[in-house]
Design a protein around this ligand. Structure first.
Ligand code: ADP
Ligand code: MG
Length: 574
């Protein structure tokens, strides 16, 4: 075949495909245009998950009648004039191809009136054919109606998911933008029914409540504004007990733009390390501002990917801001018991007000629930000197301290002790390892074998000495001293069992995750009877830990019944 120039209709349809992938991409472009036009109110109406109809109405600056035809042609924009502007962007749009792209693959109708004009203008465009603009009465702002998406690109249309899946994408998009722009009023309907609205009063926590419901929203903590030179970060993070099975609820906006960034997402995940169970992910919405000159948004036409000039700096800024928020503003797992009788006093005590994430005055709990946590239980808070009283059910230790009674989960507590010991030894390169004479060969199923292959180095730093020995077979020459009680093949299984593929690539965390597994296998089990001396030893070891109140998987190691709460429950006080 000879080389030919593609007809315009074909090349613009190909280019449009990069901007408009699915109904949610249309909504995103229209929303961004409305925000760029300084709208204070934006309405989004969709039908059939956006496959049938999408309408976005804003009260922004509007488009001048004599510019409207220009607005829908390709590479025409009011937001950029030269290449230098690319690194000084204050707007979400800049490529000047969204409206043109949508007009290429759908029917589009734009009605707009700018502040300077008395009458509005209407422009219709279908499959790239632009009609002559018509005068029409219109309120100030812009309305864009899009229907029959991909009617002329049947291949694309076939790739669309079900109505409810496409709608979910749009809902996610609209709610995230509402959270990023709390000062803009959003209203969103689907098939004629209101699905979401925000008031636009600037209160981000209120938007959060509109998205997740009041109960869940209360379990978020605001990140205190953190600055680092000309970088800044704000937002809100869910407390560790609120979590999800994937990273989908970690939202990151950079300079007002919703972006996908694996690095920053894992910075958020890492901030929850050891506060949350392995394999669970937080809910968080972060708003990062960086100098426009240090950000490249021109990576892809959909503008969802960006490059940072200083990615490492940003990573640690995000990780530290979130971590510090959790450690200083989260009071640890809320412990409460359900009592069968009506509450003696359901009003919270002074101490309970200290819960960082409960807005003041919003603390009425159901009558029958009495909170036992009436002091701040920071996960990193130290544990006072404890006296062992005894063991219950060969599972829990009962201890007494200056502040009341402590119930300690012996397995979780021992896991914590072993974990910190192992990590310290690994850091100092002083691992206690048990060499196996001649070594032992272990054969694994292919999936586990390949997981092991990826982690040989991390395992080495934890005291394993394992080398490949034929396909899916390994020779084990040493195991951590901690695991000496296990057979070598059991010791290897400990680290590969149930290890999801997804967990592996988080560099920097792999070692800690493996260490947590080793410690889980090595720790005292529930059901193991301990002498009083052994109980005392465990308490002493736990007191010396840096993060004594949670196990390495994020579960609590102890429940504290304070003197005050005991007195309240026995009716001795208030
Ligand atoms: P870009 O946003 O990259 O400039 P678009 O194709 O999305 O490209 O829009 C082209 C131009 O049309 C914009 O630069 C802007 O001037 C105008 N425009 C589009 N949507 C709106 C709107 N909702 N309100 C005001 N002007 C708009
Ligand atoms: Mg745009």
């Amino acid at each position: 075949m000879t080389i030919r120039k593609l007809p315009d209709a074909v090349s613009s349809a190909i280019a449009a495909g990069e901007v408009v992938e699915r109904p949610a991409s249309v909504v995103k472009e229209l929303l961004e245009n409305a925000i760029d036009a300084n709208a204070s109110s934006i309405e989004i109406h969709i039908r059939e998950g956006g496959k049938g109809f999408i309408e976005v109405v804003d009260d922004g600056n509007g488009i001048a009648a004599d510019e409207i035809t220009l607005a829908v042609s390709r590479f025409t924009t009011s937001k950029l004039s030269g290449l230098d502007d690319l690194f000084n962007l204050r707007t979400l749009g800049f490529r000047g191809e969204a409206l043109a792209s949508i007009g290429t693959v759908a029917k589009m109708e734009i009605v707009s009136r700018s502040a300077e004009e008395d009458v509005g203008v209407q422009l219709n465009i279908a499959a790239g054919r632009v009609a002559v603009p018509q005068k029409t009465g219109a309120p100030q702002g812009t309305q864009v109606r899009v229907s029959e998406l991909f009617h002329n690109v049947p291949a694309r249309r076939k790739f669309l998911k079900t109505e409810s899946t496409e709608r979910r994408w749009i809902t996610r998009l609209v709610t995230r933008y509402a959270l990023a722009y709390p000062a803009v009023r959003f209203r969103y309907t689907s098939n004629g029914r209101e699905a979401f609205h925000s008031s636009g009063n600037g209160d981000r926590m209120e938007v959060l409540a509109a998205i997740y419901g009041v109960d869940l929203a209360r379990q978020f903590i605001q990140i205190p504004d953190a600055r680092h030179g000309s970088y800044s970060i704000s937002g809100c993070v869910g407390i560790p007990t609120v979590n999800r099975s994937n990273r989908g609820e970690i939202t990151i906006f950079v300079n007002g733009r919703w972006i996908q960034d694996i690095g920053l997402t894992s910075a958020v995940v890492q901030a929850y390390h050891a506060l949350m169970m392995v394999g669970r992910y937080p809910i968080a919405a972060l708003f990062v501002q960086v100098p426009p000159s240090e950000l490249d948004v021109n990576v892809h036409p959909a503008k969802a990917e960006v490059r940072f000039r200083k990615p490492d700096m940003l990573f640690s800024l995000v990780q530290r801001a979130v971590r510090a928020t959790l450690l200083t503003r989260w009071s640890g797992p809320a412990l409460s018991i359900q009592t069968p009788w009506a509450a003696i006093d359901s009003r919270p005590s002074q101490g309970e007000q200290a819960f960082g994430w409960l807005p003041a005055g919003e603390q009425q709990r159901p009558g029958r629930e009495i909170s036992l946590a009436d002091q701040q239980l920071l996960p990193s808070a130290s544990v006072p000197l404890l006296r062992a009283v005894g063991q219950v059910g060969a599972c829990y230790l009962v201890a007494e301290g200056p502040e009341g009674i402590y119930l300690i989960d012996q397995h979780a507590a021992h896991e914590r002790v072993l974990f910190e010991r192992l990590m310290r030894q690994a850091e100092q390169g002083q691992l206690e390892s048990q060499a196996l004479l001649d070594g032992v060969t272990v054969e694994l199923p292919p999936q586990q074998a390949s997981l092991l292959a990826d982690q040989l180095k991390a395992l080495h730093s934890l005291g394993f000495d394992i080398e490949p020995f034929g396909s899916n077979t390994y020779r084990v020459r040493a195991i951590p001293a901690m695991l000496t009680g296990l057979s070598p093949d059991r010791a290897v299984w400990v680290v590969v069992e149930d290890f999801e593929e997804d967990e592996a690539p988080l560099a920097g965390l792999v070692e800690e995750k493996l260490a947590a597994r080793v410690c889980k296998a090595a720790a005292i089990k529930a059901g193991q009877v301990l002498s009083l001396a052994e109980q005392e030893q465990l308490l002493r070891d736990l007191e010396r830990c840096d993060v004594p109140r949670t196990c390495p998987h994020g579960r609590p190691t102890m429940i504290h019944l304070s003197v005050a709460s005991l007195e309240r429950q026995f009716g001795r006080r208030g």
